[in-house]
Design a protein around this ligand. Structure first.
Ligand SMILES: [Zn+2]
Length: 245
């Protein structure tokens, strides 16, 4: 394989990596919409295809994910073939992600928070982090130039943790909801999994209440929370973005 130059392929400013199709819609869809509105190029890498889901098939999920990507305005979205419900942090899986990182060359990568109820979500935090690190190593040869993202942030919506910062998604709350509801096989009312899934009419109320909670922490209407591990570096104290007292 010949080396892929950034100019030969799609590149992205921000790449969200998640275990399952529809994770990104829930945890950082509003943020991707806002970054798109700033003119930044956004992309999504789902690691599984959804074959273990109670509802729908992997083919349904592929179609719905493409619809959701259009609603979220992302330039690029693909799914890898890691086993749904059994994602492992292996060298083989890291290299699969490295190939995408070296093609898209994102400056920022969004990962799920490292503590989660679903084991796939927790493992993607470490798998994604290690892939970003390995991607910068020239000795790991994939035929493309090394690339290490500048910053990794963790989408912490479902974690019981105080966010490092919140992104104001107020203007995008309806669009984000539409992106989630593109997954008709998952969220439309139906008998399969009726005891497991929230009723369709309750989804908006629940997701908006979560967004309202994080919005309130930052003094805006709706927000999405993120955690960053690194300490922030400040040049001008008057430009540090916090809500007013
Ligand atoms: Zn998930």
């Amino acid at each position: 394989m010949s080396a892929t130059r950034a100019s030969d392929a799609a590149t992205a400013d921000i790449l969200a990596i998640a275990a399952h199709r529809d994770d990104v819609e829930q945890t950082c869809g509003g943020t991707l919409l806002r970054m798109g509105a700033h003119g930044l190029r956004t992309a999504i890498l789902d690691l599984t295809q959804g074959e273990a889901g109670t509802r729908g098939t992997a083919e349904d999920r592929a179609r719905e994910a493409a619809d959701a990507a259009r609603i979220l305005g992302v330039q690029w979205r693909e799914a890898l073939d890691l086993p749904d419900g059994a994602i492992a942090n292996t060298l083989e899986n890291r290299v699969k992600i490295v190939r995408v990182l070296r093609m898209l060359r994102p400056r920022v990568v969004i990962l799920p928070y490292w503590q989660a109820r679903h084991p796939d979500h927790a493992i993607v935090a470490s798998l994604g982090y290690e892939a970003c690190f390995v991607s910068g190593l020239a000795k790991i040869d994939t035929g493309a130039a090394p690339h290490r993202p500048f910053k990794i942030i963790y989408a912490s919506l479902y974690a019981d943790v105080r966010p490092s910062f919140v992104v104001d998604i107020s203007p995008f709350i309806e669009q984000r909801h539409a992106a989630l509801m593109a997954y008709r096989s998952q969220y439309a009312n139906q008998t399969a999994g009726a005891g497991l899934f929230v009723a369709e009419e309750e989804i908006r109320e629940r997701t908006n209440a979560e967004a309202r909670h994080y919005g309130l922490l930052a003094g805006v209407k709706y927000g999405e929370p993120f955690v960053q591990k690194e300490v922030g570096l400040v040049d001008d104290l008057t430009l540090v973005p916090v809500q007013s007292l």
